[in-house]
Design a protein. Structure first.
Length: 104
């Protein structure tokens, strides 16, 4: 898998606007291989966590209905330039990814 995430941050009126692109196939388990007729196994992100300066600001539980390479956007009030942002996810196969960025 390439870079598991791309993060952009921007401070606007005292809050950080954060956008995260998560590189993941997000397979539902319902799509079938046209040649064999067998369903592709489910493979999707289940848990996403975001922290600013090691304090949780976002905890999300996802399911298979999210599109391939999901793009998440959220805002964090009270964030300041230089704060440390960390995003992590875990999928239904136990794979994990973590990325960090500095709020600018």
């Amino acid at each position: 898998m390439a870079d598991p995430m791309k993060i952009r941050t921007k401070l606007v009126d005292g809050s950080a606007h954060i956008v995260v692109l998560m590189i993941h196939p997000m397979e539902t388990g319902q799509r079938k291989d046209p040649r064999s007729g067998q369903a592709y196994p489910a493979h999707f992100i289940q848990n996403v966590t975001a922290t600013v300066n090691d304090k949780p600001v976002l905890v999300a539980q996802l399911g298979p209905a999210i599109s391939k390479n999901p793009l998440f956007g959220f805002r964090v009030k009270g964030a300041k330039a230089g704060d440390k942002l960390a995003i992590s996810w875990e999928d239904n196969k136990g794979e994990q990814a973590r990325a960090e960025a500095t709020i600018a």
